[in-house]
Design a protein around this ligand. Sequence first.
Ligand SMILES: C[S@@+](CC[C@H](N)C(=O)[O-])C[C@H]1O[C@@H](n2cnc3c(N)ncnc32)[C@H](O)[C@@H]1O
Length: 214
Amino acid sequence: MRIRYLKNTESILGESELIIRDPAAQKGMWRALGPGASPGRLCLEIGCGKGRFIRDMSRKYPQDLWIGAEKISTILARAVKQLDPEIDHNVFLIRQEAGKLGDCFEEGEIDRIYLNFSDPWPKEKHAKRRLTSERFLPLYRRLLSAKGEIRLKTDNDALFAYSLLSLAQGGFRVEEQTDDLHHSPWAKENVMTEYEENFTRMGKAIHYLRAVPI
Ligand SMILES: C[S@@+](CC[C@H](N)C(=O)[O-])C[C@H]1O[C@@H](n2cnc3c(N)ncnc32)[C@H](O)[C@@H]1O
C-alpha cells in the first residue's frame, strides 16, 4: 500500500471516539461496547487498511460488533475518516500489530477473523510475517469462540496456496473455498474491500476461503 502521511494523524486518532486507545483495557469486555444489550458476533478485521470493508460490513450487519485492527497510524487515521460516529455505533478501530492481539482479546472472545488482502510477503525468509503463518494461527485458535471462523480473501495465488496448507497444518478445516469469488455461490453476499475493488478492476480473480478450528 502506498502510504501518504496524513499531517493530522495524531489529532485524528487522539480525538475520535471510534478509536479505542487502550485496547488491552477492553480485554474480555468488548461486547459491553454494544451494539445493544446483547450484540451478535464479534468480528475482527486484521489489517483493516483504510476501513472501507469494515464500514460497509458494520452497516450491513448492524447487530454485530466490528473491530478493525491496523498497525500503521496514518492508515488508521484514514479509516477513521471513512466512518461517521453519528451512524457507526457498532464499529471500533485499534492501532495494533496482529501478533499483539492476545493482549487485547480474551480467549474465545472473537467470532470471526477477517484477513483481507494481507501482505503476501513473497520471500521465503519473510514467511513468518504472513498473517496465516504458524506464528499467528495458534493465536487465532485461542481467540476464536467455539463457533469461530477465519474468512480470507486475496488476489495472490502463492499466499492462498500457502494459507491452505498452513491452515490445514495449524488445526483448521477449510469449509468454503474458491479461486474466483465473484463467480461463486458466495458472490452475492460478498462485500468488496478497497484492494479487492482495485484488483478486480485490473481483471484479477479473487481467492476466498472460510476455515474453522478443529
Ligand atoms: C494490503 S493492505 C489491505 C487493506 C484492506 N484489508 C483491504 O483489503 O483493502 C494490508 C493492510 O494490513 C496492514 N497490516 C499488515 N500487517 C499487519 C499486522 N501484522 N498487523 C496489523 N496490520 C497489518 C497493513 O498496514 C495494511 O494496511
